[in-house]
Ligand binder design. Structure first.
Ligand SMILES: Cc1ncc(COP(=O)(O)O)c(C=O)c1O
Length: 396
């Protein structure tokens, strides 16, 4: 309904003057939502910061990287752009890489720090500290850290506390941020008070239609400095009074949709209590599912569940599948192997139909490829009836 109204009204509220209602509603809704998340006061309009609705997290990250870049370059000189370094983990969404590319960060200066299963794929503070120290000792300038709460692959959570460096910290909680409206999940963003910006996608898990990314910043002035333009045809008294918010200066584009209307509809029609209960019910379902999967010895839960996503996988069978299969180190792709097993039992079919077997060269090529990727020659061999599955430790 909110989406339909917003599209129907076709408000193009690039600045306060063009649509005071859209602008005011956005500031109100962002403060409501910030309070639901228990964001520290400096992120709210009522605390000197503020929130803005972007289309996507990619845009939110690009805007904040740009704000951080200009904040630093204004201090150290524009010609040092080649020295700026951005940090993230190897689990961070590619949104950061894209933002860094667009913002002119040297490709060699994007540090995707290695995570480990023992840290549940969260960023290791020690690894970060040493990367920062190395860069500083080489005369580089740490610019931006993207910490993720709920990574795309496994919903890992990066620690938000503590970098001694003067670096812009952005918290990307695209998926998991919604859960933090529940007091029992709020601890996942503990430490956000030390960050410069925070974003989550209401269009992921907050019952709002795409596109709707909520971004809060502590010091909107840095966004405005980096993103504002004031041509003659946009001049107006409201802007000049400096008492209004012109959201065009907080985003990439000039024109903008009336997104706050749909978020307002979600908040008003469900209410905070119902929204929390929806989230809880999803997490409960995931918890139950995780329990069932854990009890079933055919599966393995790969990383601990944090929210409503369960990462699990099918384990290789412990008994021989069939005669005629030799599998040494094939922990990876056991499904593929099982599938091949089925296909093999049926004979390899010609995709063109007709029930004919594929000619050997095609089969040969496929198997050669598999051998190359498994690093072992001939682990698939029909003619030698040997079979050995090794219990799996491989993480895709
Ligand atoms: C953690 C995380 N960050 C960023 C994104 C990108 O979001 P968007 O498509 O809104 O740019 C995603 C999308 O799945 C995500 O999971």
């Amino acid at each position: 309904m909110g989406e339909m109204l917003s599209v129907g009204f076709n408000v193009v509220g690039f600045n306060w003057m063009s649509s005071p209602a859209a602008t005011e509603l956005e500031t109100i809704v962002m403060d409501w939502l910030g309070k639901m998340l228990n964001l520290p006061k400096p992120f709210l309009f009522s605390g000197g910061g503020g929130g803005v609705l972007q289309g996507t997290t990619c845009e939110a990250i690009l805007c904040t990287v740009t704000a951080a870049r200009d904040k630093v370059l204004n201090k150290i000189g524009r010609d040092r752009i080649g020295d700026l370094v951005v940090y993230c983990s190897d689990q961070t969404h590619c949104a950061l890489k894209k933002a860094a590319q667009i913002a002119g960060i040297h490709p060699d200066n994007i540090r995707a720090l290695r995570t480990r299963r023992s840290d549940a794929f969260g960023l290791c503070t020690e690894t970060l500290r040493s990367a920062l120290a190395d860069d500083v000792s080489e005369g580089l300038v740490p610019l931006y850290l993207c910490a993720t709460v709920g990574t795309t692959s496994s919903t890992a959570v990066d620690p938000l506390r503590g970098s001694e460096h003067d670096i812009w910290v952005h918290v990307d909680a695209a998926y998991a941020g919604s859960a933090c409206i529940c007091p029992e999940f709020r601890h996942f963003i503990d430490g956000v008070e030390g960050a410069n910006s925070f974003s989550f996608n209401a269009h992921k898990w907050f019952f709002t239609t795409l596109d709707c990314c909520c971004l809060w910043v502590k010091e909107p002035q840095h966004l405005v400095n980096a993103l504002s333009t004031n041509p003659e045809y946009l001049r107006n008294k409201a802007t000049e009074s400096k008492k209004v918010v012109d959201f065009k200066d907080w985003q990439i584009a000039l024109s903008r949709r009336f997104r706050s209307l749909k978020l307002w509809m979600v908040l008003r029609s469900y209410g905070a209590a119902n929204l929390r209960n929806f989230i809880r019910s999803h997490v409960n379902m995931a918890e139950l599912f995780e329990e069932l999967v854990t009890k079933d010895e055919r599966f393995e839960v790969v990383v601990p569940r944090n929210f409503a996503m369960v990462c699990f996988r099918l384990l290789p069978p412990r008994r021989p599948l069939r005669q005629g299969l030799r599998i040494g180190d094939c922990n990876r792709d056991h499904q593929e192997v099982a599938r091949r097993g089925d296909r093999d039992r049926q004979g390899v079919r010609d995709p063109r139909g007709g029930g004919r077997s594929l000619p050997d060269p095609i089969r040969g090529r496929r198997l050669a490829h598999r051998s190359a990727t498994s690093g072992r020659r001939g682990w698939w061999c029909r003619s030698k009836p040997r079979l050995c599955w090794r219990s799996s430790t491989y993480i895709p």
